[in-house]
Design a protein around this ligand. Sequence first.
Ligand SMILES: *Cc1c(COP(=O)(O)O)cnc(C)c1O
Length: 230
Amino acid sequence: MTAAAGSIAERVAAVRERIAGACARAGRNPASVRLVAVSKTFGPETVAEALAAGIHEFGENRVQEALAKVPAVAELAAQRGLPVPTWHLVGHLQTNKARAAAGAFAILHGIDSTRLLQVLDRAAAAPVRVLLEVNVAGEPSKFGFAPEDVAGAVALAQTLPHIEVAGLMTVAPRADDPEDVRPVFRRLAKLARGLGLPELSMGMTEDFEVAIEEGATMVRIGRAIFGERG
Ligand SMILES: *Cc1c(COP(=O)(O)O)cnc(C)c1O
């Protein structure tokens, strides 16, 4: 299933219902899963519509795009008496944007190298929450640490005063059947457990229910809420 028909409010309700269903199957509390609405390519008006529908956390994958959108959404929120949302960077971060990203986002999901951890630590004025991206399936086209390199990255991060590793993140391979990527999510969950990391950012429009069944604490959902990107 990709984009549902209907208004953003209807799509949000449908996604929340599916999250609740997955939680029920897994014996989990729906409050333990944060819905991050991935608003990349959509403008401030559309984000404000989702905000009015009760979404409080948004994900962007480009720093420049977010730097323009964040204040525009804050202004619309103020005009309409809506809460100011929290912003997540869900994509790859270039080292030359580390300082800007550290100031603009509450959490950075795509931290994928020890060099980036070091640059971010030096650039940040205050501690930054990050998730380490793991390339669980070893796809050559994807960013992320190899699973066997994550423990070393966590150990390095513990020596960096401005870095707080909250958990792990992955983008699963494309699959016709989301069941096919269940082992990827299971492996990320096991890795995080072994390292004592509480947050697991996994699951997108095509596979979020399976990710929740395997322990996701944050799902990053774009198309099921906003529709297909142009
Ligand atoms: C675009 C994006 C998403 C959302 O993808 P959908 O398939 O639209 O739900 C999630 N995570 C990352 C890293 C993305 O870039």
